[in-house]
Design a protein around this ligand. Structure first.
Ligand code: ATP
Ligand code: MG
Length: 421
């Protein structure tokens, strides 16, 4: 009978990779807690309505990427395509947003029906950060500075660049939208098919079209920065001042618009040229209008989300994962002969009592080729126990050679400890 396979674009993360995921997650949570951010955990499924109202009906996500289904009650539910909407929903529902400042982060799977390829999957993982109640550019800067600190900690800062833009207020963007639409309507026949469709629904998205013809056409199009309102202009100026003072390099990219409807003022992306077409590893911006749009009181907000798979691809490409983070245990404990096998189980427990940070894996399978098996296990240390007339004794090996043989079991913890240093 044919075996059942995983769903296309939804990947198993195997034990050989999970140490790298855990390493990344650990670095992220260390940096975030050093800035006083709190983790929030939301459900993976929400009412479809939530995404329609927040992301916008005429976006790629809502138009063609959502996993939507009716449950047994005939209620329309959707697997979350992103985390911001659910985070706002949860914050509102529990009264955490009104008249307060909040710094939240979350992590977990997101679902989008896209064409699977390198760096683009149907189930993928994001680590998201959302802040509420802060209108001034300091918090935008904090998000960017903390992400830069994370890249530095991960050893990838030199491989990413920061792209920055301001979308202005919703009102100023309306004026721009109208002018851009008029400009593009006059050149409708020269647009690519996708852009022709977007012209009626979401003309701003045409700005980040990948089509060369369309891009050439856009060279003479009206530029969003000429339309910015005074408030957005000074917000952006303050943000760049703070980034300059922090030594963060950025490129102002007037074409950067982001896919979702709810952004205003600051938008940014961290981009790498090391991963081909899927080069955006982290993206975010300000969304002052969203809380109100979802039924709350007006609440300024800004956040970002990183793509975990893309970050891991980047770490792999740059060879930036410390060797010791790839392994899941340090010491392999085995018996050399049948008589000594009994000692393994109890000795492992004693070692775990005395050396709690050491990760020990016991050999409980057959004794054939035990030396080779222990070597191939990838452990940094190997302990082999054998039975003698005086009772069990151990030999200790490191990756290169024998450290010592005939060690009394009582002397083993100290011996391991010094070999481990
Ligand atoms: P893209 O332009 O690559 O489609 P996006 O604008 O749709 O990205 P966001 O919604 O801003 O992406 O999500 C934030 C981050 O999540 C992206 O920068 C990326 O790193 C990651 N991401 C988004 N979609 C996917 C996916 N299908 N597979 C893997 N990672 C993804
Ligand atoms: Mg996308």
């Amino acid at each position: 009978m044919a075996k059942v396979k995983a769903i296309r674009g939804m990947n198993d993360i195997l034990p050989s990779s999970t140490p790298i995921w855990q390493y990344l997650e650990r670095q992220v949570s260390t940096v975030l807690s050093s800035y006083g951010y709190n983790e929030i955990r939301m459900p993976i499924v929400e009412q479809t309505e939530l995404f329609k109202r927040s992301i916008g009906e005429v976006t790629d996500i809502v138009e063609k990427e959502m996993y939507t289904f009716n449950d047994r009650n005939d209620e329309s539910l959707t697997l979350r395509p992103e985390g911001t909407a659910g985070c706002v929903r949860a914050g509102e529902e529990h009264g955490l947003l009104f008249n307060q400042t909040q710094r939240f982060w979350y992590q977990g799977p997101m679902f989008r029906y896209e064409k699977p390829q390198k760096g683009r999957y149907r189930q993928f993982h994001q680590i998201g950060v959302e802040t509420f109640g802060m209108a001034s550019a300091e918090i935008d800067a904090e998000l960017i500075v903390l992400s830069a600190r994370l890249w530095k900690k991960l050893g990838i800062l030199d491989a990413v660049t920061l792209q920055l833009n301001s979308l202005g207020s919703t009102e100023s963007r309306q004026v721009y939208k109208a002018d851009l639409t008029a400009f593009l309507e006059a050149r409708f026949d020269q647009l690519d098919e996708d852009s022709q469709r977007r012209l009626a629904t979401n003309p701003l998205r045409i700005l980040d079209s990948k089509d060369t013809n369309t891009q050439n056409l856009l060279a003479d199009a009206p530029v969003l920065s000429d339309y910015l309102d005074e408030d957005s202009k000074s917000h952006f100026a303050h943000l760049t001042e703070l980034l300059d003072a922090s030594g963060i390099r950025y490129e102002v990219n007037p074409r950067l618009v982001r896919g979702l409807d709810y952004y205003c003022k600051t938008v940014f992306e961290w981009v790498t040229d090391k991963l081909g077409a899927q080069g955006t590893v982290c993206a975010g911006g300000r969304y002052d209008g969203l809380v109100k749009q979802l039924g709350g009181k007006p609440t300024p907000a800004v956040g970002f989300a990183m793509g975990v798979e893309r970050l891991i691809l980047l770490l792999e490409t740059l060879n930036a994962i410390p060797e010791e983070e790839r392994s899941s245990f340090d010491l392999y404990l085995a018996a050399d002969d049948k008589a000594a096998q009994q000692a393994v189980f109890a000795l492992a427990e004693t070692l775990r009592d005395e050396l709690p940070s050491l990760r020990i894996r016991c050999h409980f399978a057959g004794l054939k080729n035990i030396n080779n098996k222990a070597r191939q296990s990838g452990a940094a240390l190997i302990v082999l126990i054998k039975q003698t007339e005086q009772g069990p004794v151990a030999s200790l090996w490191n990756e290169d050679a024998l450290v010592q043989s005939d060690i009394a079991l009582s002397a083993l913890p100290e011996m391991i400890n010094s070999a481990w240093q």
